[in-house]
Design a protein around this ligand. Structure first.
Ligand code: SF4
Length: 447
């Protein structure tokens, strides 16, 4: 059972010195209980208490890191079953599968997709995360050659071979990149656990069902391996969803440690139909995969998966937002249109994209409404004339344009009269309701 804030408080030094950055030990304990601070922040905790509390306050799903540096993938450490309960923290990594039995040209094409299937959306960079390199030839030299090639992409690797000698050969060339080792099974777990421990790399534990999986995890952890990813063996959407939900519930609700690890899924092994494979990957993103191995990431497949992942792993309590201010699009001057909208990222990027498409250089004034969209901010009493008036005065737009015309979103046309009272020097113009109509609106606009 996880400790409560009060349980933790009883074990703290209770000096109330504030050196941890929090004024009292009780407040520190409360924050520690919900994972908002680290035990190391208190310099007075004894080693014995540290060990005791670290184990008790460990997240129910272990945080696992695959790879090193900027591209390292962190998965796990999730605390809720449903995103709306709090948030999901570490988005799953999408891995492209290459196999040493494939033609060179096919391998090159797949590796090239790591770069060609990258997109920018609402200010975030969306891309794949890993290369899964599989030994199907059972030939060490061939596998090592492919591993070296995959290393050239600089993406973290998943090494797939159940032959510990082949795994050892691959590790000899890439251990410094901290690859994920796939997999320890009932037959090879002693050798695989030894390799994982020696190389300090995370290890997948694979079994044919959940009972066998939890037994095997206990055997592998007894060998000293801590960083584990689970493969429950399911290879249909229905089974993998059922297993993923069971594992997540067992880890979070029952605190069942043998299943307290992220999950790997293999849509690439589920269906020959590429559309069904994409659906299986989408289901993995929603519930509750940590690594998802797909046979390729052509743009038609990659973009919807990335966007789905981005949406699910956006903190619902913190809308994506941009800073308040004036944003020039193109090369606006003193006669350019001035558009007003809110600082919800999706709103800004949609509006700025349409302004760019219009080829009419413009100023966009972005008002901070805590990341809400136009209508929501208006309904919440944030995007209203009493607030917009002071914003227009402080944002500095009057230094940028000679005219005094401002275009407000069509969805809040009803505030135009009151806004005129707040900004008597300005002409309030009502813009289109839909962003798609902005280009034609701007082309007909004149100062
Ligand atoms: S540093 Fe330690 S002793 Fe001091 S207030 Fe924080 S938790 Fe308490």
């Amino acid at each position: 059972m996880a400790l409560t804030g009060l349980d933790i408080y009883k074990k703290l030094p209770q000096k109330n010195c504030g050196e941890c950055g929090i004024p009292t030990c009780l407040a520190f304990a409360m924050k520690l209980a919900v994972g908002q601070t680290q035990l190391d922040a208190c310099p007075y905790v004894s080693e014995e208490t540290k060990t005791e509390l670290s184990e008790a306050s460990a997240p129910p799903i272990r945080l696992i890191t695959v790879g090193t540096g900027d591209k390292a993938l962190k998965i796990g450490e999730e605390a809720v079953l449903f995103r709306h309960e709090k948030t999901f923290y570490h988005q799953p990594g999408l891995a492209i599968l290459v196999d040493d039995g494939m033609d060179e040209a096919v391998i090159d094409e797949k590796l090239a997709q790591l770069k060609s299937s990258q997109f920018e959306r609402v200010g975030q960079f969306l891309r794949a995360d890993l290369v899964a390199v599989k030994s199907s030839s059972n030939d060490s030299a061939k596998f090592v050659t492919l591993v070296k090639k995959a290393m050239g992409t600089e993406f973290p690797l998943v090494l797939i071979s159940e032959n510990s000698e082949i795994m050892k050969a691959a590790l000899s060339v890439c251990v410094q990149t901290k690859p994920l080792l796939y997999a320890a099974n009932e037959n090879n777990f002693e050798q695989m656990a030894a390799l994982a421990k020696e190389s300090n790399c995370p290890l997948v534990v694979a079994a044919k069902d959940l009972g066998a999986l939890s037994d095997l995890v206990e055997k592998v952890t007894a060998k000293g391996v801590k960083d584990i990813i689970l493969d429950p063996g399911s290879r249909t959407i229905k089974d993998s969803l059922k297993d993923a939900v069971f594992i997540r519930r067992a880890a979070l609700k029952k605190k069942f440690k043998p299943l307290g690890y992220p999950i790997i899924t293999f849509p690439c092994e589920m269906y020959d139909d590429p559309y069904m494979e994409a659906v299986a990957a989408g289901v993995g993103i929603m519930k509750y995969a940590g690594v998802i191995v797909v046979s390729d990431l052509e743009s038609w497949k990659a973009l919807p998966l990335y966007v789905l992942r981005q949406n699910i792993y956006t903190d619902p309590q913190k809308p994506m937002q941009i800073d308040e201010g004036i944003y020039p699009i193109g090369e606006p001057d003193e006669n350019s249109p001035v558009l007003l909208t809110t600082n919800f990222s999706l709103t800004y990027f949609t509006v700025s994209g349409e302004v760019e498409a219009s080829k009419v250089s413009s100023w966009i004034c972005i008002m901070d409404v805590e990341g809400l969209s136009v209508l929501t901010a208006w309904a919440a009493g944030k995007f209203i004339p009493e607030n917009i008036g002071p914003f227009m005065k402080r944002c500095g737009i009057t230094d940028k344009v000679k005219h005094r015309k401002i275009v407000i979103p069509g969805y809040v046309a009803q505030i135009s009269g009151e806004l005129e009272e707040e900004l008597p020097d300005w002409e309030i113009q009502v813009g289109p309701r839909e962003a798609g109509d902005i280009p034609s609106y701007l082309k007909n606009w004149s100062a």
